[in-house]
Design a protein around this ligand. Structure first.
Ligand code: GTP
Ligand code: MG
Length: 474
């Protein structure tokens, strides 16, 4: 059935953003409840058609739950017993009228209710379209809309904190403050370009320079926070690497606190890559246990070794593991070459046994890498290892506070880098006595970058790229 079937032919076809959208907003599968959500001018009329209240005398009160049934308006047959809520514009997520139908959480029921809504003139929502409308209707800034995705995808408490910081609008408000400062400077410069003869306040170049320095410093702080921000937002991949039997699978199990990987005294136990997600002080880490690297004994092991090397190459971070109870051999040396240039922590395992590897020699060999002694068997040194991993990745305070803005999104970092470059060009230009036109040009370019960051001058293409990352129904 045509999704606009209920519009009579005399009515104009509404542009896309005026159409009423509908989607199942809860995950696929069986659950206690499931929600079908509608947004737009038809949300209320559709609800009136589909909803049969339990009470005889009935009227919708905005933002209140009502109890009743969803019926198929053509047959009059009941479909599900529901709670329904109408939220009248503008105090809603999208600023439009919203209806949420809280059904029983079965996939078939939800599909059926959605279908009935579509038959009455709604159309299927695109991924992220509810949030996109919230942005287009001016309820939230683009950076806040992006925070909604991060919030949904957050894997640890710190990633959640950073997303919440952005959702509360701290990033937006800092960017707006910076914009205001740039506009004030630009206005003065432009006044001097346009009315050089008039009596206007002279440009205090000394002040301007100082202001530039402060702004550049601030922007650089934000840019620098990205390294950590990205780690907490996206997490990192980390492979445990070592020759056979050093205790790689034992380490995976100890870190996960469960018997995930098979551990045996037989060298070459692990064949395939085993992957699990771990939370180390708020960093989401995709940890991989790999086959021990040595000359493979058979074709299965050969494939395991190939996969292990592939993961080593792709990983952001390496846990290079040695067996402290055995002397270094050619397998170890071969692996050292394999992990050359990788960010890593060196682990000497089996510290419960007499050590055959000299700690000092390892320190000389791995001058720039932290080395940790552990025993997975005795569960010793594991906290120390976790702290070392954290310290190698995070070099600054990442508590998300209003004073402590963390930039975790590459789009934001790119825009801020543009701003920094423009401001540095002005600072350099002032030293060389460049023209006011040049200064104005650089300020305008910085303002464009900020405008794009907060979504004022953003292109449709960028918007699409942002909202594509959402799930349907959000
Ligand atoms: N004494 C002692 N033995 C350990 C320790 N960690 C692991 N082992 C033993 O070492 C053997 C190999 O452990 P695994 O965890 O399977 O080693 P692996 O590196 O995964 O081995 P492959 O999968 O074959 O590459 C097992 O018998 C473990 O019990 C430790 O800290 N101390
Ligand atoms: Mg193993």
């Amino acid at each position: 059935m045509n999704s606009r079937s209920s519009f009579s032919s005399s009515k104009r076809i509404p542009p896309r953003e005026e159409e009423t959208i509908a989607a199942i907003s809860t995950p696929f599968g069986e659950s206690g409840i499931g929600i079908v959500r509608l947004s737009g001018c038809l949300a209320e009329p559709i609800a009136r058609k589909l909803f049969k209240p339990k009470k005889d005398q009935f009227y919708f009160i905005s933002h209140h739950f009502h109890y009743g049934e969803i019926i198929d308006p053509r047959s009059g047959n009941p479909v599900d017993e529901v709670l329904i809520v109408l939220m009248k514009s503008p105090r809603t997520y999208t600023k439009e009228n919203i209806v949420e139908i809280h059904c029983h959480g079965g996939y078939f029921i939800l599909q059926r209710v959605l279908e009935l809504a579509l038959n009455e003139g709604a159309r299927m929502a695109q991924p992220g379209e509810f949030t996109k409308r919230a942005f287009l209707n001016g309820r939230i800034a683009l950076t806040q809309a992006e925070a909604v995705i991060d919030l949904i995808k957050a894997k640890t408490e710190t990633s959640l904190e950073i997303a919440n910081q952005q959702l509360r609008g701290w990033l937006f408000s800092e960017m707006t403050t910076l914009k205001t400062r740039l506009i004030e400077n630009l206005a003065l410069i432009e006044a001097h370009i346009d009315f050089p003869e008039e009596e206007i306040e002279p440009i205090a170049f000394g002040e301007l320079k100082k202001d530039l320095e402060r702004m550049i410093h601030q922007v650089e702080e934000w840019i620098n926070s990205y390294e950590e921000g990205r780690i907490f937002r996206e997490g990192i991949t980390c492979a445990i690497v070592g020759k056979t039997n050093v205790g790689k699978s034992s380490l995976l199990n100890v870190l996960l606190k469960e018997d995930r990987a098979i551990v045996t005294p037989i060298p070459g136990t692990t064949r395939d890559v085993i992957e699990e997600v771990l939370n180390i002080y708020g960093i989401p880490i995709r940890l991989m246990d790999t086959a021990g690297l040595r000359e493979p004994a058979d074709s299965i092991e050969q494939e395991g070794v190939r996969r292990a090397k592939e993961r080593v190459a792709d990983s952001d971070f390496i846990l290079l593991m040695l067996d402290g109870s055995r002397e270094l051999d050619t397998d170890d040396l071969e692996i050292f070459r394999e992990v050359n240039g990788k960010k890593r922590v060196v682990i000497i395992n089996k510290n419960d046994l007499p050590l055959k590897i000299s700690f000092q020699e390892m320190k000389n060999r791995f001058k720039n890498d932290p080395i940790v002694l552990i025993s997975t068997l005795k569960n010793e040194g594991i906290d120390d290892l976790k702290k070392t991993i954290y310290d190698s990745l995070v070099h600054r305070d990442v508590r998300a506070t209003p004073e402590h803005l963390i930039v975790a999104n590459i789009r934001h970092k790119t825009a801020l880098t543009q701003v920094r470059d423009n401001l540095s060009n002005v600072a350099k230009g002032l030293e060389e006595g460049i023209s006011l036109e040049f200064i104005a040009f650089e300020f305008r370019s910085a303002l464009d970058a900020l405008g794009e960051l907060v979504g004022e001058t953003v292109t449709e293409e960028v918007l699409n790229r942002i909202f594509e990352q959402f799930c349907i129904g959000k």
